[in-house]
Design a protein around this ligand. Structure first.
Ligand SMILES: *Cc1c(COP(=O)(O)O)cnc(C)c1O
Length: 369
């Protein structure tokens, strides 16, 4: 059997006619950027999140830049970022001219270790960006408590966590701003680049709305200098179709995750650690990430059986050449460094059937027996 790591084709076949209708409408209307479909998306997405305002943007990376800009973050400022995340999180900080400061990850959830945040705070620190990595909510109560104590902003990077819940609350609306990516492979994916920010704060909303479009909401009247971070109508049309299904797809991801976890528990392989989540979180399983021993051999074994896997992420940010100038060294973040050699993402998407899930988990069992 072949089990790809992701499968965007099956989902597309299921909604093909609706998608083509939306795209045709955009072409017929000849309004291609930030029009009616973007407005509809912003309204429906913010309703779904239960966060007052949303702004449709060109990517999740741009969303981070817009959010931090709106909070007034700039040169001389520092922003705390988990060392275990995709580089876009820290790029958002650098795009503002500020400096990313890394914090190691929690041994159980792989998210930022809230217990290590305070050591990274100094007089230059302005914000914390918890990332709800793999679709697992970060420890928001502790993070908000630290932020409030030190007067810091909180930007939630929800790029992998659309509709995930922390203590009953949808992520993105706990801190000051939530940022989202709709990169095709994300839980809510466009058919191209797209992203969004969400906030309950009207002032921040107004700044972000302007920054998206050259500092302007009225043509050729520029209150500030901004950027071109507009959402395309074709992508908004695609997202409007997919918004109708996202809750159902999220349930399917949870079903797949439960099948995986149940079978790993049943097999009781001591070389495999399944993902952990506290009972007060409702993860959305953008990725299903194991920790395993003999990873390279296992990957090869699975590959021969037609099972594709991924690594998220193989090199912690402080060890990336791009951050050589920050002066970190090997040993600075022992948990992230250890886990980088052990993590393994196995296939996870809503369209996986029970047979596929069993094939993946029993193949892993077979390798260790
Ligand atoms: C995908 C992703 C981003 C960036 O989103 P793009 O839309 O690709 O720019 C940011 N942060 C995290 C954690 C992501 O996974």
């Amino acid at each position: 059997m072949n089990v790809p790591f992701v499968d965007l084709k099956t989902q597309y076949s299921n909604i093909k006619q609706e998608i083509l209708n939306e795209i045709n409408e955009v072409l017929d209307n000849t309004a291609y950027i930030c029009g009616k479909k973007t407005k509809k998306f912003e309204k429906d997405f913010s309703d779904l999140l239960n966060i007052r305002y949303a702004v449709g943007l060109s990517s999740g990376t741009d969303a981070l830049h817009v959010a931090l800009y709106a909070l007034g973050i700039g040169p001389g400022d520092e922003v705390i970022v988990p060392v275990n995340t995709f580089i876009a999180t820290s790029e958002g900080v650098s795009l503002c001219g500020a400096k990313p400061v890394f914090v190691d990850n929690d041994v159980k959830t792989y998210n930022i270790d809230a217990g290590k945040i305070e050591k990274a705070i100094n007089s230059k620190t302005k914000a914390i960006i918890p990332v709800h990595l793999y679709g697992q909510p970060a420890e928001m109560d502790s993070i908000m408590e630290i932020a409030n104590k030190h007067g810091l902003y909180v930007v939630e990077d929800c790029s992998q966590a659309h509709l995930a819940k922390y203590k009953g609350k949808i992520v993105g609306g706990i801190g000051n701003i939530g940022t989202f990516s709709f990169y095709p492979g994300k839980n809510l994916g466009a058919y191209g680049e797209a992203g969004a920010v969400a906030t309950a704060d009207e002032t921040l909303y107004n700044i972000m709305l302007r920054y998206r479009q050259h500092g302007s909401i009225e043509k050729y009247v520029h209150e500030i200098e901004g950027h071109n971070y507009r959402m395309e109508e074709i992508q908004a049309g695609v997202l409007n179709v997919k918004l109708k299904y996202i809750s159902k797809w999220t349930e399917s991801r949870r079903r797949v995750a439960k099948l995986y976890t149940d079978s790993f528990v049943k097999m009781g392989i001591k070389e495999v650690a399944a993902p952990y989540h506290p009972e007060y979180t409702e993860p959305v399983y953008h990725l299903y990430v194991l920790r395993v021993s003999q990873r390279e051999k296992l990957v090869e074994f699975l590959d021969k059986k037609g099972i594709q896997t991924g690594l998220h992420y193989p090199i912690p940010l402080h060890m990336q050449k791009a951050y050589g100038h920050l002066g970190y060294k090997k040993g600075d973040f022992p948990v992230a460094e250890k886990y980088a050699g052990e993590i393994l993402s196995i296939p996870m998407y809503p369209e996986m059937n029970e047979e596929m899930v069993q094939y993946v988990s029993t193949s892993i069992g077979e390798f260790y027996s």
